[in-house]
Design a protein around this ligand. Structure first.
Ligand SMILES: [Zn+2]
Length: 356
């Protein structure tokens, strides 16, 4: 956690904010800090007494901390210094789809797309090119109808962190990425703050190869663990919110839209890309935004309704220009990639939506 981000964004206790009383978090103790970067410490709430850890540079700012730690203890405390041969043996012994294999596959796909263009050992042939996420973000930023007003930027569901780096380079502003995936947030933290990327790149099956290389850092970029449907920020903190592939990865997409609207300043802009790739594991079926039979089955139409005046409006965001689409691909291994058509959507927190 960069102290600059902590002081500029003034995070609030997520539990107290949900209860209607946003209490600023304070730094209770710093156990490991260097060059304004806190690697280990504790953030605390004077309202409810909650204590939130900063672990390997990642503050964990979720409302139900006990549940999150219980669900993620393996990822939070797993060793990261395993040599490639030992890591391979452990993954093979615990089997395909086991905890270690699932992490390696996930980090391989997103680590590669986000950062492989900086990897000097990267060479073809590949079914797709890395940096898909950079291209999709550029389309979102180029499509903004107006320049965002002054203020910091929130990148929700930042994954391995490349979008945060791109946003700082393109705008020169303070950017915070948030994600709930501990393995991906660790890749992002290492890259954005530590300046290095290390991950196992999948060749096929359980065959992986270790990749490690340097990437540029930027003091304007940081990543925290936080929940898009319970953001640890006061109202009107950000000027721009971006989210690639977030809505079909959260428990409650409509609540996430309302939260984004809440933390944007008046006139603040929101740019979303979503492939509407619903899964019951990420989003309970009852909360899917479309993706079902009947009149409410069209996800794109329902998203537009959530971002329009009317009974279905999901908070303060209103569409600011017509939606668009673009291709988006994710590498699985040497011979396979998933191919999506992702929807691009632009909205803003308008004066009109504020009064309604
Ligand atoms: Zn509290």
């Amino acid at each position: 956690m960069r102290l600059g981000h902590f002081h500029a964004l003034r995070p609030v206790c997520p539990a107290c904010r949900l209860a209607g009383a946003p209490v600023p978090l304070s730094l209770v103790c710093i156990e490991d800090e260097q060059d304004e970067i806190v690697r280990a410490g504790v953030l605390g709430c004077e309202g409810c007494g909650a204590r939130h850890p900063i672990l390997d540079g990642l503050p964990i700012l979720v409302p139900d901390l006990a549940q999150f730690l219980t669900d993620n203890l393996f990822y939070l405390t797993m060793r990261r210094d395993l040599k490639p041969g030992v890591a391979a043996l452990l993954a093979e012994a615990t089997g395909p789809g086991g905890g270690l294999d699932a992490i390696r596959q996930h980090v391989s796909s997103y680590g590669w797309d986000h950062w492989a263009d900086h990897d000097p050992a990267e060479s073809g042939p590949e079914p797709i090119k890395p940096g898909q996420v950079v291209r999709v973000l550029a389309k979102l930023l180029d499509g903004l109808p107006t320049e965002p007003e002054e203020g910091p930027i929130l990148d929700l569901g930042c994954g391995a962190g490349r979008t945060v780096a791109e946003l700082t380079e393109r705008t020169g502003r303070l950017v915070l990425g948030i994600d709930m995936s501990v393995p991906l947030a660790r890749v992002a933290q290492d890259a954005l703050v530590g300046g290095h990327v290390a991950y196992d790149r999948r060749r096929g099956g359980l065959r992986f190869e270790r990749r490690a290389f340097a990437v540029p850092t930027n003091a304007l970029a940081d990543v925290w663990i936080a929940d898009a449907i319970a953001l640890p920020f006061a109202d009107e903190t950000f000027a721009l919110a971006t989210a690639l592939n977030l809505l079909d990865c959260v428990r409650d997409p409509k609540a996430a839209l309302a939260e984004i609207g809440r933390v944007l300043s008046p006139g603040g802009a929101c740019a979303l890309a979503t492939p509407f790739d619903w899964s019951g594991a990420a989003t309970p079926f009852a909360n899917w935004l479309g993706g079902r039979g009947g009149e409410e089955g069209d996800s794109a139409a329902l998203l537009d309704a959530f971002l329009s005046d009317g009974p279905q409006a999901a908070g303060a965001l209103r569409l600011s220009r017509p939606a668009d689409e673009t291709e988006w691909q994710i590498r699985l291994h040497d011979r396979s990639a998933m191919h999506y058509v992702t929807r691009l959507s632009w909205s803003a927190k308008t004066e009109r939506s504020l009064s309604s």
